[in-house]
Ligand binder design. Structure first.
Ligand SMILES: [Zn+2]
Length: 476
């Protein structure tokens, strides 16, 4: 008899969730509105817009949230494409963020071979069209569940532009927009389906602007001072420095300005750098060294250099209670289910990748790691996660082996392969948010974990105070 009771108890305790009426309301809403949500994500995918220029994409999401009863504050933090949408009132404030910017040069049709829609145009090679739509659906579904279950508090959606460059969330953080948020949740398309319990890399984004003197390159070269020489000498110096940085460092650059034509000594030239490492302190150290190299290059070429820090993001701070809550909800929802037809498309997309892949997709939920893992990417969630306890997940949205920021990811984000991640992500985020509203102890445990991981850390940033985001006008 005792054993029988124990068995029932074990069953009750090990079931991820007892039947939960609020989650049922949320999940049903997500299913009933799946066609509209997918359309929103496809509209964003069909009009890929670069960082800080997400005019149509942000309007698409604002319209979706407003038509579902959310109050929207537009153009916050001095960025016309950022917004905050809310439903409910008072504490706790549980927030979900959504991204929607695209990447340069990754224009791609919804086809399994490389085929740009617009030559050299932008494309959703990071699947942010899926993020925006699924996160917005999760927020609306939670608001419906709160009304049905009479849950107290505020559900908020943060429309965060410019994740791929400039760091939209950092501007929103500096404007104080996350101040009253108790917990922040989000997701990202991935090669695997998993609750994240990991650090990302920290990154700083810097522009080195060299200024020289223009002159005729043949008849008066002695009067010219080449800004391009400054850029090239600097890049050579940095490439020598690479031998002496930690193994987890990443330094990459592009030359964004190098002169107009060879017979004019270039008066203006610019290098754009991303400096990354697992720990933000290592980024700060490399930034100092690289700045000295830039100054040395300016001395050598008799030019001037202006150093502009465009963004500075910490590694993401992991949170164990949130990772566990997301993992439980992910198991309740299940991974995306791919069809044989989709597997065939995936194998076709894997062909140019030349790898020995174990199947077309990651079709199961990966176990939550016991120890904090280390991601190789960076995100502007980094700084926010040092200010608000944050949790996130990845959902399989493209084939095994396809690198993020590739045409394969851009193609999948416009195909059923990527679209089905919306359902999994929206339900998992909604389920986790509902747990947070219903269970104040989970909010407290997440905050305690957050405080403990930050203890003794000297949080510093290179960003100047009161900086303003670059402004772009929408083409008419
Ligand atoms: Zn991304």
């Amino acid at each position: 008899m005792r054993a029988g009771i124990a068995a029932i108890l074990v069953l009750l305790l090990s079931a991820p969730f007892p039947s939960d009426p609020e989650k049922e309301v949320a999940f049903r809403w997500i299913e009933q509105n799946a066609a509209t949500t997918r359309k929103v994500s496809l509209n964003i995918w069909s009009n890929p817009e670069l960082a800080l220029r997400e005019f149509k994409s942000s309007r698409e999401l604002i319209q979706y949230l407003q038509s579902n009863g959310f109050r929207v504050e537009k153009g916050v933090a001095g960025i016309s494409t950022s917004f905050v949408a809310s439903s409910g009132s008072g504490k706790p404030v549980i927030a979900i963020y959504g991204e929607y910017d695209a990447l340069a040069g990754l224009s791609q049709k919804a086809e399994p071979i490389r085929s740009p829609l617009v030559e050299e145009g932008p494309g959703h090679g990071c699947g942010h069209n899926l993020i925006g739509a699924a996160s917005a659906a999760a927020a609306v579904a939670v608001s419906r569940a709160m009304e049905a279950g009479n849950l107290k508090g505020t559900i908020r959606f943060y429309g965060t532009p410019a994740e791929e460059a400039a760091g939209g969330k950092n501007y929103m953080l500096e404007a104080g927009l996350f101040k009253d948020v108790d917990i922040l949740l989000g997701w990202h398309p991935g090669a695997r389906t998993q609750a994240n319990f990991e650090y990302s890399k920290a990154v700083t984004e810097v522009r080195f602007k060299f200024k020289g003197v223009a002159a005729h390159a043949s008849s008066a070269p002695h009067l010219g001072r080449s800004a391009l020489d400054g850029v090239e000498l600097m890049d050579v110096g940095v490439n020598f420095m690479r031998e002496h940085v930690k193994e987890d460092s990443r330094i990459h650059y592009v030359i964004t300005k190098g002169g107009g034509q060879p017979n004019v000594v270039p008066a203006d030239a610019e290098s754009w750098y991303y400096i990354r490492a697992n720990k933000h302190q290592d980024v700060l150290d490399m930034f100092e060294w690289i700045s000295h190299i830039a100054e040395g290059a300016a001395l050598m070429s008799r030019t001037q250099v202006e150093i502009q820090v465009a963004d500075d993001s910490h590694e993401v701070l992991p949170n164990r209670p949130l990772a566990e809550a997301i993992d439980r909800n992910l198991h309740l929802v299940g991974p995306p289910k791919f069809t044989e037809e989709e597997r065939t498309l995936a194998r076709k997309m894997q062909e140019p990748l030349k790898g020995n892949f174990q199947g077309a997709f990651a079709e199961n939920i990966e176990p939550l790691p016991d120890q904090v893992a280390q991601g190789l990417y960076s995100t502007d969630l980094g700084n926010v996660s040092w200010n608000v306890p944050s949790g996130s997940l990845g959902v399989a949205s493209y084939p095994f082996g396809a690198p993020i920021h590739s045409w394969q990811v851009a193609a999948c984000a416009g195909m059923s392969i990527g679209q089905k991640a919306i359902d999994v992500a929206a339900k998992t985020l909604a389920g986790t948010a509902i747990d947070l509203f219903k269970n104040p102890a989970l909010v407290e445990a997440s905050k305690k974990d957050f405080q403990e991981r930050k203890k003794g850390y000297n949080y510093r940033l290179l960003l100047p105070p009161n900086r303003k985001a670059p402004v772009f006008q929408e083409a008419q």
